[in-house]
Design a protein around this ligand. Structure first.
Ligand code: SF4
Length: 396
């Protein structure tokens, strides 16, 4: 089925195109992270799994020793006291053997920065992902949706919780679909078209792909709401429930180009060009004597960063090299940019509403990227068939 599913999906897309259901001018990308048939408990780095195996073996040794002691004390051989323990020992021994066998056959998984990330013994292509409902072991189902009738033009699952690299494969997927469906202009399909995605997609790679495809893209950075006056109320509400200070809790003094912290201390301009992971920041710094012993310290520094003596307030102002972030910030902060971006939700969110609520897809029941991808494409295909039924014949 893995070779048939994509052509089938594209055939339905072709029918949508023939019935004039595709606008072909405005697209939105988003994804939903769902658990799959993989055990969250059986994930970890290689060192974690080795430790787990040692712990189990240690426990088995202890239990065997206890049982031997009990057997020595117990004269009556018909007493069934050890049977439950025996079963437990058997189970644990099998568990340790499974981990050992898995470790022999698999190496650690590496993330995009070359560091080891968590593997999973039940489905190593799935990923441990953070969602608004906690962490799940599963896949990130992505879609690119055409605005006219919310037809899905490309769908695919990825074994990663990060959206920062997912625009290029999805854009290429749409272009390939258009080419297979006989469009001669498939290579230039996105030139001049509008493309929106939320701030999770704001990354150098994704923005560069949009530039390469000549897309009129609207992908905000994570500070966009902080700058937008329309979210003033939302920010105020956030202030009451937050435990840590946000940038908005620091007051800017334009005349002296400095910030005043919630404790009334001044953070002076420190550097104009601080580069971290390709993003350029403008930074302001507090004085050591102000922060040391400050009663609000716990709310100013994250747990990981409790030891720093001074507070840095950093604002992203662009990216290293061609300043794509800065260009995007200017675009998204314009009146036109805000207006266009405000349509993103109404295009893509109903698609997930339909698939998750009406079609009841709340988890992938299969294992492995190929099978999960088939399941995701089937649901997306049914969504598109529904569009044909509702708007296709005679309604377009
Ligand atoms: S820790 Fe430093 S920056 Fe933070 S509130 Fe206290 S004095 Fe101000």
């Amino acid at each position: 089925m893995k070779d048939e599913i994509l052509p089938l999906f594209r055939n339905i897309l072709l029918v949508c195109e023939e019935l004039n259901l595709l606008g072909g001018t405005f697209f939105a990308q988003d994804g939903c992270k769902l658990p799959s048939n993989a055990s969250k408990q059986r994930s970890g780095k290689i060192s974690d799994l080795k430790k787990k195996k040692s712990r189990i073996e240690e426990r088995v040794r202890k239990m065997l020793k206890e049982q031997e002691d009990e057997d020595r004390k117990d004269d009556d051989p018909s007493t069934p006291s050890g049977s439950i323990k025996e079963k437990q020992i058997e189970q644990l021994t099998r568990q340790a053997a499974r981990i050992e066998a898995w470790l022999k056959e698999n190496d650690g998984k590496t993330g995009k920065h070359g560091k080891e990330i968590k593997s999973n013994m039940t489905d190593n292509e799935s990923a441990l992902m953070t969602t608004s409902h906690g962490s799940v072991q599963g896949y990130n189902g992505q879609v690119v949706v055409d605005a006219k009738h919310q037809v899905i033009v490309h769908a695919e699952v990825f074994g990663t919780g990060q959206d920062a690299d997912l625009v290029p494969p999805m854009i290429d997927g749409v272009k390939e679909a258009m080419e297979k469906n006989g469009r001669k202009d498939a290579d230039e399909y996105f030139a001049g078209k509008i493309f929106t995605a939320d701030s999770a997609y704001h990354s150098k790679g994704n923005l560069q792909k949009c530039v390469d495809e000549k897309l009129d893209a609207y992908i905000p950075d994570k500070w966009q709401r902080m700058r937008d006056q329309r979210y003033e109320e939302w920010r105020k509400q956030g202030k009451t429930s937050r435990t840590h200070f946000a940038h908005t809790d620091f007051i800017y003094r334009e005349d002296s180009d400095e910030y005043v912290c919630p404790n009334g201390k001044v953070l002076r301009f420190a550097t104009k060009h601080l580069v971290i992971k390709g993003t350029v920041y403008r930074a302001y710094r507090s004085r050591e004597q102000d922060c040391c012993g400050c009663a609000l310290r716990e709310r100013c520094f994250t747990k990981k960063a409790r030891s720093p003596k001074t507070k840095y307030l950093m604002f992203p102002i662009g990216s290293d090299g061609v300043n794509l972030t800065k260009l995007m910030v200017e675009k998204i902060d314009s009146e036109e940019g805000r207006e266009i971006y405000s349509h993103r939700m109404e295009i893509v969110e109903p698609v997930f509403g339909n698939i998750r609520m009406n079609k009841h897809l709340d988890r992938y029941t299969l294992r492995g990227k190929i099978k999960v991808n088939i399941q995701w494409l089937l649901y997306c295909m049914v969504h598109n068939v529904e569009k044909i039924m509702n708007y296709g014949y005679g309604f377009a």
